[in-house]
Design a binder for this molecule. Structure first.
Ligand code: 13P
Ligand code: SF4
Length: 315
């Protein structure tokens, strides 16, 4: 039983210093974790920080594939995640053995994989992308190069629509971003006609059609700072609203409603498995740790490093 008198924030601060650890958090973590992290960012920023840190221990407050990506980029470091069960429905929608068959059936195609994949899928990939750099990296291939894009069909369709490509798509999706309903969105737009609808490209196409701005988590956040509008309907995981409110305290952020009003489906249940208490325990005990077979690690590193080379400097 955990001592309820422990000051988690103070203890995490002490342990972080003592162990030369860095705490990296995704925007979909709870506010208390974001507030204590050294860096809070989207998938691309997390990978960039993990590749460049001088810390001995990386605590990745996010989901398993993010911890894996950090370990692949810094294999000599200890990479911890507060809860190893923090998976990802999108990564789960693309098992490596099935993806390998798909890739082998299309040998003339280059393979682009979203970072939301397992290390085994990355090892089958030519270049990894995140939602921040997907367009840039797809555009780096000449038009006549045939491309496979996996696993997110919504992001793939969106990139096809803005680049005019006909990438072959894997049929995967994220359960959080797929659940937003057009009907409820239209009702909300009627209620707040002055609001700007902002959406992550993992959302389904009808939602993207009514969005005023589409972008990665980091792009949405930046947009809310720069836009002249003061009210936003935020159509992505609602954790990012914490950072939006911090950066623009005078603006209003309305989480896009879940499809089913009885659930909190606009929160990623995997991301929310991490808690401040588990963060304290994992720093204290230096577990659970991400471990990857070194050969797999080397194979998966190539397409991630290629992404980092092709990306703009840190966003
Ligand atoms: P980004 O961090 O690239 O916006 O991706 C969102 C996401 O679904 C992370 O799991
Ligand atoms: Fe995966 Fe979706 Fe959760 Fe992101 S929000 S970690 S894509 S399940």
């Amino acid at each position: 039983m955990m001592d309820s008198k422990i000051d988690f924030v103070a203890e995490i601060g002490r342990l972080r210093e003592e162990k030369n650890a860095v705490i990296l958090a995704h925007y979909y973590q709870t506010g208390d974790i974001q507030d204590i992290a050294d860096c809070v960012g989207d998938s691309l920023a997390l990978a960039q920080w993990a590749a460049n840190t001088t810390a001995d221990i990386i605590v990745l407050c996010g989901v398993h594939f993010m911890g894996e990506t950090a370990k692949i980029l810094s294999p000599q470091k200890k990479v911890l995640v507060p809860d190893l069960a923090a998976g990802c429905s999108l990564a789960d929608s693309c098992p490596a053995d099935a993806f390998e068959k798909f890739v082998n059936a299309n040998p003339e195609y280059q393979v682009i994989s979203y970072v939301n994949t397992t290390a085994a899928v990355k090892a089958l990939t030519d270049v990894v992308v995140t939602s921040t750099n997907a367009r840039l990296i797809v555009d780096s291939f000449p038009q006549d190069v045939k491309l496979i894009f996996g696993p997110d069909r919504n992001l793939g369709n969106y990139i096809n629509s803005i680049t005019g490509r006909k990438m072959l798509l894997w049929d995967g999706a994220c359960h959080v971003h797929e659940q937003f309903s057009l009907e409820k969105m239209l009702e909300l737009k009627k209620k707040y006609p002055e609001a700007e609808v902002i959406a992550h490209p993992e959302c389904k196409q009808p939602i993207l059609t009514v969005a005023d701005f589409i972008g990665s988590t980091a792009a949405l956040l930046k947009h809310t700072e720069q836009s002249l509008k003061t009210t936003f309907i935020v159509t992505t995981e609602s954790g990012v609203i914490h950072a939006m409110r911090k950066r623009s305290p005078h603006k209003t952020f309305i989480p896009a409603p879940p499809n089913d009003s009885t659930c909190a489906c606009n929160e990623c249940s995997f991301m929310r498995l991490n808690t401040i208490e588990k963060l304290y325990l994992c720093l204290r005990d230096e577990k659970p740790e991400i471990e990857i077979d070194p050969i797999l690690c080397e194979r998966a590193a190539k397409p991630i490093r290629r992404m980092l080379e092709l990306s703009h400097p840190k966003t």
